[in-house]
Design a protein around this ligand. Structure first.
Ligand SMILES: Nc1ncnc2c1ncn2[C@@H]1O[C@H](COP(=O)(O)OP(=O)(O)OP(=O)(O)O)[C@@H](O)[C@H]1O
Length: 395
């Protein structure tokens, strides 16, 4: 007899293991008693629409897989996943020694099922203690063209990242750490997070997000987390300026406080190295607070300013919302004339414009008549330019 033991943090384990066990459970065709109904709710259909499937419930079952019989023991733990409320489980599968190859097949099949479920999706990881864990269900990929940046900016970043991904052997042959850092800076609501999400989808990567200002995130934890990012995952470190306000040195006992320090952030970035490509995006609303040590090539190789909406972005955003109502573009011209007259170009965020267009979803005239409302919140940001040799600064 042979046993196959596997423990699952139900719905919360990292990487491809997440949900893998539920695929195994789905795959095992129940032939005996103790069935459990698994309910899956459709994300797009009406709230009360749901699918049901019968899976072996907790307890022991003898199941047949092909010509093999397997004893499956599904046991719930006392602890449960804090995000979903699902109890952790241990599943023990036992079969005849001569049939042991069957486990490989089951897991391969379950793995395929699991991958199919994730196709076209982006997994978002959050830091939970010392681990990266998927946050909620994988998200539908955000299309790149849904994020509107100044002309050519998106293309420059995408090209750079793709060239980096294609240059693996080049880096490894020369003994250069295979990593690339990007800093996106600019006022809030200009598409920094949205762009990174869309880029991840475009490259078929997942995202591991960490807010540097998060309480309880120490230098050690940051360094540990960056050292064990799941494969094919972009790291997004938000609000990195916070570390620069915190230049405190570690105490004599090595403790450097409950937040990330400046040197802790630099060390963590320097330590990021693996045979896998490592792509790290940093974001900040306050580029002036950053130190040049951060944007030294190797830590950050490209900086990109995402500013308030330019004329080009306003036009593009207008067309995304109103192309069908305004095929000739006359409404767009009037909207832009009003925006220019109110001196709003380069001083309202794309998020604010999106808010106005959403409010007037089917009504371009409504949007034109409400432009004045945008002036209340508008602000002008004059940031210093990031100038450093060997460094790409896209503005
Ligand atoms: N350039 C843009 N193109 C398309 N949508 C945008 C753009 N900028 C902002 N939005 C929309 O505005 C909202 C907020 O955007 P997002 O979170 O990406 O901004 P951010 O720059 O990351 O902000 P913060 O600096 O506050 O984190 C999202 O709903 C996003 O879809």
């Amino acid at each position: 007899m042979t046993n196959f033991h596997r423990t699952q943090l139900a719905g919360a384990q990292q990487g491809t293991q997440n949900g893998l066990l539920s695929s195994v459970i789905q795959r095992l065709n129940p032939r005996l008693h103790h069935l459990q109904v698994a309910t899956m709710q459709s994300k797009t259909g009406p709230a009360n629409a749901a699918h049901f499937s019968f899976v072996p419930g907790p307890g022991k079952h003898v199941l047949r897989y092909g010509s093999s019989f397997i004893l499956v023991d599904r046991q719930r733990e006392k602890a449960f996943d804090m995000q979903t409320g699902t109890p952790f489980e241990t599943i023990t599968m036992t079969t005849l020694y001569s049939q042991r190859n069957v486990f490989e097949q089951i897991f391969a099949e379950a793995h395929n099922m699991h991958q199919q479920m994730q196709e076209g999706k982006t997994v978002i990881y959050n830091a939970m203690g010392p681990e990266w864990q998927p946050f909620g269900d994988p998200k539908r990929k955000r299309p790149l063209d849904s994020v509107i940046l100044e002309r050519g900016v998106k293309e420059k970043i995408v090209q750079d990242v793709q060239a980096f991904i294609a240059a693996r052997t080049w880096y490894l042959d020369r003994g250069i750490p295979y990593r690339r850092g990007y800093l996106l800076y600019g006022p809030p609501g200009t598409g920094k997070s949205s762009f990174i999400q869309a880029l991840a989808g475009h490259l078929d990567f997942n995202i591991a997000i960490l807010n540097v200002s998060q309480r309880g995130l120490t230098d050690d934890r940051l360094s540990h987390l960056l050292g064990k990012v799941p494969p094919r995952t972009i790291v997004l470190l938000e609000d990195v300026d916070v570390a620069f306000a915190n230049r405190r040195k570690a105490e004599a006992d090595g403790y450097s406080g409950a937040t990330v320090t400046f040197s802790g952030l630099l060390n963590a970035l320097d330590g990021v190295a693996s045979g896998e490509e490592r792509i790290v995006f940093l974001t900040t609303n306050f580029v002036d607070r950053l130190d040049e040590a951060l944007i030294r090539p190797g830590r950050v190789d490209m900086t990109v300013r995402l500013g308030d909406a330019t004329e080009y972005q306003i036009e593009q955003l207008w067309d995304r919302f109103y192309a069908e109502f305004d095929p000739e573009g006359t409404g767009r011209k009037r909207f832009l004339a009003k925006v220019t007259q109110l001196r709003l170009t380069n001083s309202v965020s794309t998020a604010a414009l999106q808010g106005l267009f959403l409010y007037n979803k089917d009504d371009p005239e409504g949007a034109i008549s409400m432009v004045e409302g945008l002036t209340a919140g508008h602000s002008r940001h004059d940031e210093k330019r990031v100038e450093l040799p060997g460094h790409v600064d896209v503005r």
